[in-house]
Design a protein around this ligand. Structure first.
Ligand code: GAP
Length: 453
């Protein structure tokens, strides 16, 4: 069952993203470029934390995965062999009434008649195949011979470099090659904020194996990937595993799962995990005439490896993190009156700013100096934001709204004015519980090491 959509909640999220600098429309001052987005100061930190954590658990914490970073410009032969030139298309239909270009699956059906979802028009063109790849030209000539493509997925450069990476990394099966990078698709209808964009990033792992390991590894990676989402703060109850039915699976795949998330606009795919058999390497071996076989020393066998591919969208996961984190609750204002608080409850691991540091008063040089000392101490370990303007409650709210998990306040006790035992201690506030504890400045790095791990 798909989750109901919540338009109002989504509108609030989009507005917060712009107001606080997570995501802006690309080329906004010129009217915007549809399907392209720019990440602002907070969005870029959130995205980077996500990618770094994926890289940490997928590459650094494993002995069986090597990384790569391939080019975006792709030789047409690569995408001919993979099937993208021929078949990477969506059926497109135009509405002759409102002139909308629609994906065939977006039409609505009323009393057995297909209609335009925008204007209800029934005067529709027949479906025609629309290739989603962006074509460009390399060099001065702009003829057939100079065509190149902006890659539609990062996966193909991994397959094409399989032999080189196998040789330099000296890995044995099963082993994987991981990549994070941009991909481009000329989507007919970009929509739902950053969810379906024309330029986006993927985090892909191609995990090569013996044929008999394929199905087992598909299960293994499904579980690993579910754990990953839980570890960045997306609860299991909001994640759904869809077993892609035989008729919807690529013909070469022996099994595919989609991991879906309950977005405010409905349940939608975050990641696909596919057992792609030996299709990709075999295609490239055939088309290039170069062997992409693996020699198994123990079994004395030469064969084309099979592959299991967990392929996640960076932008979709960032959007899921923001949607999951967004919440409103009641908190007391300066005078103790309850007011609505907007808070992004990011997992500390992905939060763009980890800690806010506030001197109680900005016109007290000792408080300011101490607060700046703390910023300098913590900056070596994490992203810190210094804020001295406005009432302390307002400063907390500003940090709550961007999801900063911790706030440190330097007050007169820090200076030892009331009780010398409290000299060089600060209050440490927790974003979610709003509880404050008194801790020694010297203990802060260790406390954060533990709470941000
Ligand atoms: N190599 C396999 C592959 O690319 P895919 O299901 O087409 O498979 C994988 O894409 C992931 O990339 C999706 O689950 C999604 O998270 C992300 N993705 C695909 N198209 C996207 C788009 N137009 N905008 C944002 N993310 C997209």
């Amino acid at each position: 069952m798909s989750a109901p959509s919540d338009t109002q909640r989504m509108e609030k999220i989009v507005s917060l993203c712009k107001r606080r600098g997570f995501v802006f429309q690309s080329s906004e001052i010129y009217g915007g470029l549809n399907g392209a987005w720019d990440y602002g100061p907070l969005g870029v930190e959130l995205k980077r934390n996500l990618k770094n954590y994926w890289w940490q658990v997928t590459v650094h914490e494993r002995d069986d995965v090597a990384g790569m970073d391939g080019s975006i410009l792709t030789h047409p032969a690569v995408l001919r062999a993979s099937g993208h030139v021929e078949g990477f298309s969506d059926p497109m239909i135009d509405c002759r009434t409102c002139k909308a270009h629609l994906r065939a699956d977006q039409l609505v059906e009323k009393k057995g008649v297909k209609q335009c979802p925008n204007c209800g028009g029934k005067d529709l063109t027949a479906p025609r195949q629309f290739n989603l790849m962006f074509e460009t030209h390399v060099g001065a000539a702009t003829d057939e011979s100079s065509i190149a493509y902006l890659r539609p997925e990062t996966a193909q450069s991994i397959f094409v470099q399989f032999k080189n990476i196998l040789e330099v990394s000296r890995k044995k099966l099963p082993f994987g090659i991981a990549q994070i990078g941009k991909a481009f698709r000329n989507e007919i209808n970009p929509r739902n904020f950053t969810f379906r964009s024309r330029e986006f990033e993927q985090m892909e792992l191609e995990y090569f194996c013996r044929p008999e390991q394929g199905m087992e590894l598909l299960e293994y990676w499904k579980e690993e990937r579910l754990k990953f989402y839980e570890n960045i703060g997306i609860p299991r109850s909001k994640l759904h595993v869809l077993t892609v039915p035989d008729e919807e699976r690529a013909f070469y795949s022996k099994g595919t799962y989609d991991i879906e998330y309950d977005f405010p606009f409905g349940r939608q795919e975050l990641e696909g995990i596919a057992y792609r058999t030996d299709y990709d390497l075999s295609q490239h071996q055939k088309a290039s005439g170069k062997s992409l076989e693996y020699f198994d020393e123990e079994m004395k066998q030469r064969f084309v490896p099979h592959v299991v591919e967990p392929s996640a969208g960076v932008d979709r996961t960032v959007l899921a993190l923001i949607c999951e984190a967004y919440s409103e609750d009641q908190a007391p204002d300066e005078k103790g009156k309850m007011e609505t608080r907007i808070v992004l409850r990011f997992h500390p691991r992905v939060a763009p700013v980890k800690c806010g540091v506030f001197p109680l008063l900005k016109n007290n040089p000792q408080l300011v100096a101490k607060a700046k000392e703390i910023v300098a101490l913590l900056r070596l370990h994490m992203t810190v934001f210094y804020d001295e303007s406005g009432a302390i409650g307002r400063r907390y709210r500003r940090q709550d709204e961007i999801g900063t998990p911790f706030g440190i306040t330097v007050d007169f006790e820090t200076l030892g004015e009331k009780d010398s035992a409290l000299r060089d201690t600060v209050t440490l506030r927790d974003r979610d519980s709003m509880k404050q504890e008194r801790v020694a400045i010297k203990d802060l790095p260790a406390i954060f090491r533990e709470r941000l791990a």
